[in-house]
Design a protein. Structure first.
Length: 159
């Protein structure tokens, strides 16, 4: 009898934990489920799933880099960029599919994650990061705007 009571108490405890912790909930509406795709710049395995343009050493007349998430069936609701706001002026504009999405003004804050909301985009999604500052004295060795990763937050699974 004690074992039965203990088993019932444990069952109620487990059910209570599952109800209190949303990450353990079953997804019943896949159209509203959120998932994330991240391109880790500099990681060849991660980059292989995306189209990257102008990452790494750039010619003197280039002030942008872009990443494209191709043929995306899910609705992309935001893009987050982890970037270094270092000693140079690391201000930049962000364009998504050639439409202005936002601006970041450099304030020498270290590594920063900045999120730009989007309008549930599907299909090919290109994020273009354009440096707005003039080149600093160490541009040739260090560049202007350092990006760690670009993350796409999505609703739905291709419905």
């Amino acid at each position: 009898m004690k074992k039965l009571i203990l088993a019932i108490v444990m069952l109620f405890a487990v059910v209570g934990v599952v109800k209190a912790c949303p990450q353990y909930q079953y997804v019943t509406n896949w159209a509203e489920a959120t998932h994330i795709e991240r391109v880790d710049v500099g990681n060849a395995d991660s980059e292989a799933n995306y189209i990257l343009e102008n990452w790494g050493p750039l010619p003197d007349d280039t002030n942008y880099a872009s990443v494209t998430l191709s043929n995306q069936p899910s609705r992309v609701k935001a893009v987050t960029i982890k970037h270094l706001d270092g000693v140079a002026d690391d201000s930049f504009d962000v364009y998504v599919n050639d439409i202005f999405a936002g601006h970041y003004t450099g304030v020498h804050a270290g590594w920063v994650e900045t999120t730009y909301p989007l309008d549930n985009l599907t299909g090919d999604i290109t994020v273009k990061i354009v440096s707005m500052a003039g080149k600093w004295e160490y541009w040739s060795g260090w560049g202007q705007v350092a990006i760690d990763w670009v993350e796409f937050t999505m609703n739905g699974y291709g419905e």
